[in-house]
Ligand binder design. Structure first.
Ligand code: HEM
Length: 409
């Protein structure tokens, strides 16, 4: 009879690689989201470990390996990117994320028109106007909950405009996107997938063959390899874009503003020299990565001294790249003068995030407008900031306070 340990640990997994670790609950008592991940990296562990949690999977703990796993599609396939493989992985076989080169490129090209720098330029004025109106909505109250009053409003409203979906659908779609990235157990993955399809399929049908300029219409009326998209392809492409667009910037902005609230010198520096912002945002992206994805082993191989088997999952938390001291000196410090930052916050290789320019542009405009109008602010005294782990990590609530007399319209 097998012992419990033998059941949990496949025969080819050496004992020194075994680590009982849940990537969706990375928290260490007394540490924040990033410091908890960093504690794992700084523990005396091999560069690659295996955990029985979430269906059992490998996990790399060094920045150089995160980058390698995400980009080396000849060994590590995008066929499955999430664990547990049989539930989350299966439900998330979306487009273009689940395809490897060369099949990936024609689908990826369909995203370009809506997210390319030129397209983002076209919505900059709207982003700024919305940022100002949200800030002005609470500036004279001296307080807001940044996560709900701002972060969950701005990127989602902009995104709903880019894809031309009614803002009245926002709450429903955000809830579904959250169930993919941080499931609370209220819905199974197939149920989330089914609800997304029930929502998007009639919209796809209505926009087929129409010459509209919104991002969804352009995508679904595009061609792959000289043919139109099938129903299923169109639906998988749209759901991927909705999940990508509805949850990531929301949470990145919260991590950034939490940092700004706690660091007066950073507020002063960016306020006095806003021309630093494009470079500063690269540094903030390095310091506050939030996505955990992985790849499926394409074949048996020996990797970093361990035997990996075809079909196994290997996770590459993007958080462990920017925070690796082998890649960036003193990685937990934010240094706006840092050059040549190394990270995989937006991924690496052919699947590198197509929404990164939009995300950076939104963050820049938010910081410009916020620091101009509310130059000094802090976390509400007595509030204990908490986090939720997941495919996309999040800040649960961020109550901010400021002296209204120091603000300006
Ligand atoms: C701070 C904000 C964001 C972060 C940190 C982020 C992160 C990432 C990462 C790490 C990947 C690569 C996943 C992998 O290789 O398995 C990715 C891919 C993707 N992201 Fe983002 N993302 C952000 C914003 C956005 C936005 C705003 C959109 C859409 C409007 C978007 C849409 C996508 C799509 C469609 C993919 C799949 C690309 C492909 O498979 O070729 N993301 N993102």
């Amino acid at each position: 009879m097998q012992t419990a340990e033998q059941i949990e640990r496949p025969a080819h997994v050496p004992l020194d690689r075994f680590l009982d670790y849940d990537i969706y609950a990375p928290f260490v008592e007394g540490k924040d989201f990033h410091a908890s991940w960093k504690a794992l990296q700084d523990a005396d562990l091999p560069d690659i470990v295996w955990t029985p949690k979430n269906g059992g999977h490998w996990m790399v703990l060094r920045g150089r390996l995160v980058e390698r796993v995400l980009s080396d599609y000849e060994n590590f396939s995008n066929h499955t990117v999430l664990v547990p493989k049989d539930t989350a992985g299966e439900a998330y076989r979306l487009l273009p994320l689940s395809l490897d080169p060369p099949a990936h490129a024609p689908f990826r090209n369909l995203l370009s028109a809506g997210l390319a720098p030129q397209a983002v330029k076209g919505v900059e004025a709207t982003i700024r106007a919305l940022a100002i109106s949200l800030i002005e909505g609470f500036r004279t109250q001296g307080t807001c909950n940044f996560t709900t009053d701002f972060a969950e409003q701005l990127p989602i409203k902009i995104f709903m405009q880019i894809v031309d979906l009614p803002s009245s659908d926002t709450a429903k779609l955000k809830h579904l996107a959250d169930q993919f990235t941080r499931p609370d157990g209220s819905l199974t993955y197939p149920e989330v997938s089914q609800l997304f399809r029930a929502y998007i399929n009639p919209i796809i049908a209505a926009r087929r063959g129409r010459n509209a300029r919104d991002m969804l219409s352009r995508m679904i009326n595009g061609e792959v390899n000289g043919r139109p998209l099938t129903e299923e392809e169109a639906s998988n492409l749209c759901i991927q874009v909705l999940v990508g667009g509805l949850d990531t910037v929301v949470n990145f902005l919260s991590f950034v503003m939490l940092f700004m609230a706690e660091h007066q010198e950073a507020r002063v520096s960016l306020r006095e020299r806003p021309e630093q912002l494009p470079v500063a945002i690269m540094e903030l992206a390095r310091r506050f990565p939030l996505v955990t994805v992985g790849r499926e082993l394409r074949h048996d191989m020996t990797f970093e001294g361990v035997e990996l088997k075809q079909g196994e999952m290997i996770m590459a938390p993007t958080i462990l790249h920017g925070l690796d001291s082998n890649e960036n000196p003193d990685p937990m410090s934010v240094d706006f003068a840092r050059r040549d930052v190394k990270h995989s916050t937006f991924g690496s290789g052919s699947h590198t995030c197509p929404g990164a320019h939009l995300a950076r542009t939104e963050t820049r405009i938010v910081l410009e407008e916020w620091l101009n109008r509310i130059p000094e602010f802090e976390i509400a005294p007595g509030h204990n900031v908490t986090y939720t782990g997941g495919i996309v990590g999040s800040v649960n609530a961020l109550p901010l306070v400021w002296d209204v007399a120091t603000t300006r319209a």
